[in-house]
Design a protein around this ligand. Sequence first.
Ligand code: SF4
Ligand code: SF4
Ligand code: FES
Length: 736
Amino acid sequence: MKVTIDGVQVELPAGTSAIDAVFHAGQDVPFFCAHSYLSPVGACRMCLIESGSPRKNPDGSFVMEGEGDAATPKIFWFPKPMASCTMQATEGMHIRTAATSDVVAKAQAGMMEFTLLNHPLDCPTCDKGGACELQDRAFEYGYGASRFGFDRRHADKHYPLSDFVILDQERCIHCKRCVRYFEEVPGQEVLDFIERGGHTFIDTEEGGLPTGFQGNITDICPVGALLDNVARFRGRNWEYDHTPTTCTLCPAGCSITADARNGRLERVVARENREVNEAWICDAGRFGHVFASEARLTRPLVRVNGELVETGWDEAIAAIRAGLGGMNTADLALFLHADSTLEEGAALEALAALTGTNSVDHWPRYPAEILSNATLNDIATADAVVVLGADLGEEAPIVELRVLEMLRGGILPPEYAHGTAIADLRLVERPARKPEKLAVIGSASRLSGNAGTFVEAANVDLLTLIRPDSEGARAALNLLNSAKNPVLILGADVLNGASAGAFATQLSDLMARTGAKVMAIPAAANSSGLAHLNLVPRSGGQGYSAINHTRAAFISRLDPVATGQSLGGFTIVHDTHLTATAQAADVVLPAVTNYEKRGTTVNVEGRLLPLQQAALNAGEAADLTRTLAALAEALGLRTRIRGLKSAQALLQTRLGVDVTDLPEAGAIRPLGPVYDAPTGQTHRPQLWTERMTLKPDPWKATWVDRIESLVDNKWELPMAGTGTSVTESSVTGGDD
Ligand code: SF4
Ligand code: SF4
Ligand code: FES
C-alpha cells in the first residue's frame, strides 16, 4: 500500500492507521487519547490531518487529472481535517500534517486552546511537569497565549481514587485513557466519566479502585491528573536518575524504570517490553519499593558482649575469621535468596567449590524446577488457558494480566518496523470477554472470578487433570483437548508436590495428549535461573530447611527466624534490613537491594533479563558477589569470582551464555539441565499480601502513616521552616 504524507510516498502494510502512517514517514502529529495498547477513541481531536484519496469510476479505473502521460489519479480531499487515530490509511491516500497544511496547524492550535480552557496551568507544582504530554504539545502546537480571560473551572485537586492513586480533577483533559485501560486491559468497569461538558470528571464506584493493576493509569495519563500517591511530591522529573531495570519481586520479570533522587528510590514506573509486560506492571511492583529506602543497613554489625554494634568491613571480616576459627571451611553452609542474580549464584557456587561445602541452597524454590515452554505472549494469544493450583495475583501478577488479555481476544498490537506508538484499529472499544476460554482449579482468587469453569479445591495436583473426578475438572481437561493453542499454568499448590521423576513424566504425557504448552510459575524471581547452577544441597549436605543443623551458616537476604526456623551455630547474615535473623546473627553484612545491582535473572518464560544499578544511597552495602569475595578472604581463600566481569565469564563457561550482550527487553536462551533436590518445606508466594497490605511494619509505616494523616487532615501539607501549612482551600483558590 502506497501512501503519500506531506509529499513523501511511503510503502505501508495494509491496516496501518493514518496516525501511524504519519510517524512512519518521519513526520509528527500530536495526540493525547491514542495509546499503543488501547483502542482508538478519537476523544481529544489533537491528531488532526488533512486527508484525501483517489476515487474510482464505475468501470474500475481511477478518476484522473492532468493530460496524457502526466495524468495522475485525482485526490478527493475531505472537506474538514480528520482525526488520524481513528482512520485507516488506504491505497493511494494523501495526508497533510501541520508541517505542510495551515488548516491543520490552525485546527490543532485551536484544539489546544480548548483543551487548555479549563486547565489550571499549575505546571510549576505539578508532578508531571517536565514529562507531560500536554506541556510538550502546547509548546509545539499551541498559540502560546489564551484568548479566554474568564475564571477557570475549579474542582477537587486532591481526590484520592484509592490509597495509591490520587486525582487532580482540574488537570484532567478527558482523554479517557484511564477509563479505557480498566475496561480493556484488566477488564474492570470501575472508572467512568460523570456529568457533561465542562463539568465532566472521572470517578470510581464506591470502594475505590480494584487491587492488582490500578497504578498503570498513572503512567498513561497524559497530564498530571492521575498521580502515584507514594511518589507524589517526592521530586521533579528532571531531578530523578532514571534507571531501566527489571522488577524482581516475582518471576514475571517486568521491565521497569527505577527513579531515584538524592539516593532514595522514589518511584517505579512501567517500561515497555512487548514480550513480557507490554506497557503494564502490577501494583506490588509499582508501589512496593518503599522498603528499599527505609531503615536500611548501611554498615556491618558484629556481636560484642551480646549486642550488635556497628563496625567496618575489615572488623567484620576479622570477626568472621575468629568465629569460624577451628572449623573446617566445609562446615560453613551457604544459603541465598532465589531472587539473587545469576552472577551472584555463580559466585556462590564458585565459593562452595572452594570450601568444599555440600550445604548449599537457594530459597524459595520447589522440589523440582519445571521449565516452561510457554511464553507470556503464548498465553495472551492462546484459545484456552487452564490454571491449576495457582493464585497468580500473589505468585506472578503480570501472568494474570496476560490471561485477562487472552479473555478479551488476546490481540496484540502489531509490531511495526519503526515501533512508534500506534492506535491499532483492530482493537475495538470494550471488547467482549470470553470466560469460557478459562478454567481455574484451586483456591478462590482474583482470577477465578473471571473463569467460565472454576473448581474450588484445597489440594490439587496433576492427577486432578489426568484422572478428573469432578465435572469441573473434566470440563477443564476438555478445554485443553479441544483447543488449538492451549496453555496450562501450574502454580505453588501443584509445584510444592512436584518431584523430579514421576511429576515430569506425568506432565509430559499430559502435554503430549492435549498439545498444551506449560508455564510453571517459579517460586521467586530467579529460582529458575539458580536451579541451573548447582545451588541445592549436595550429598550429605544440609538444605535451607535444616539450617539449625549447620555448624555455621552464611545467609544472604533470607529471614528463617521470621518463619519460625531456629539457627544453627555461628551465623553470618547478609541483608538489606535488620531482620529477625539479622538480630540473632553473630555478624551482619549490609546488602544492596535488587534495584541497586547489575546482573541477570531468568523469568517465568526462561527469558534472561538484565538488572541495572539505580543510584541509591546504601552506605557500605555490597552485592553478594563482592560479599562472597570478602567472606573467602575471611576463610583464608581466594575465590576466582571477585566482581561482575569474572562472574559473567564463569557463566559463559558454566551455562554457555553470554549475558553481557543482552538486549534491554531480554532474550530466551537455553541454559541446559537443572539441579533439583527435596526442599523439606513448602512455599506459598504472597506478593500482594507481603508488599501491599497497609499493616504497619518497620519500613512501611512511615509512608502509609504519611498518606493516611494527609487524608485525615484534608491534605494539609506542612511547609518547611514556616510552622504553617498549605491547605486544600488555599491550593484550589487560584489558577493564575
Ligand atoms: S484522568 Fe488522565 S487519563 Fe483519565 S481521562 Fe483525565 S487526562 Fe485522561
Ligand atoms: S508482575 Fe512481578 S515482576 Fe511484574 S511488576 Fe509485578 S511484581 Fe514486578
Ligand atoms: S483524537 Fe485523540 S489522538 Fe486522535
